[in-house]
Design a protein around this ligand. Structure first.
Ligand SMILES: [Zn+2]
Length: 155
């Protein structure tokens, strides 16, 4: 049985952003090209900047509550395969110190269920958080910068 599924940006949103010059908040979309790698929110891989990378502001659809807010995200400038593997922590989460933010079905934050994870502790933390039946979903953010990495659903 699947325990959890890390859900990336939709392909529709990725394709939409790749065509736009300004994001949904009116900020110019930054177009980067470099030898660095960047955490793409669609393939959820450490993607090479050699093929071009976008930096823009995006707001997750969940939570649909006072806790919803836009964050900066990187996105491959060219088509990339959408991450779609159950029970696997994608590289952009696994490689980082992250804040797992837990929400109930109304999109309200369950403060006591939130966890920080790093260095291989991500899978265990996700399973522990979903062990709380009140938790409907989790959002993964970078611990220091607070940028959203991906949304996480129960399996
Ligand atoms: Zn990508």
């Amino acid at each position: 049985m699947t325990a959890y599924r890390c859900v990336p940006l939709s392909t529709a949103d990725a394709m939409r952003y790749r065509q736009m010059s300004a994001d949904d908040f009116g900020y110019p979309i930054q177009r980067l090209r470099s030898d660095e790698t960047y955490p793409c929110r669609h393939c959820l891989q450490e993607a090479s900047g050699k093929r071009g990378m976008l930096l823009l502001s995006h707001q997750l659809y969940e939570p649909p509550s006072v806790y919803g807010h836009p964050t900066a995200i990187f996105l491959c400038a060219e088509d990339c395969p959408r991450f779609d593997v159950a029970d696997v922590v994608p590289p952009i989460v696994a490689h980082r110190h992250v804040s797992f933010r837990a929400f109930d079905s109304r999109g309200m934050m369950l403060y006591a269920a939130n966890e920080l994870a790093e260095s291989g502790g991500h899978d265990t933390a996700l399973r522990r958080i979903f062990g709380n039946p009140e938790v409907a979903f989790i959002n993964a953010h970078t611990a220091k910068a607070g940028c959203m990495l991906c949304h996480i659903e129960r399996g």
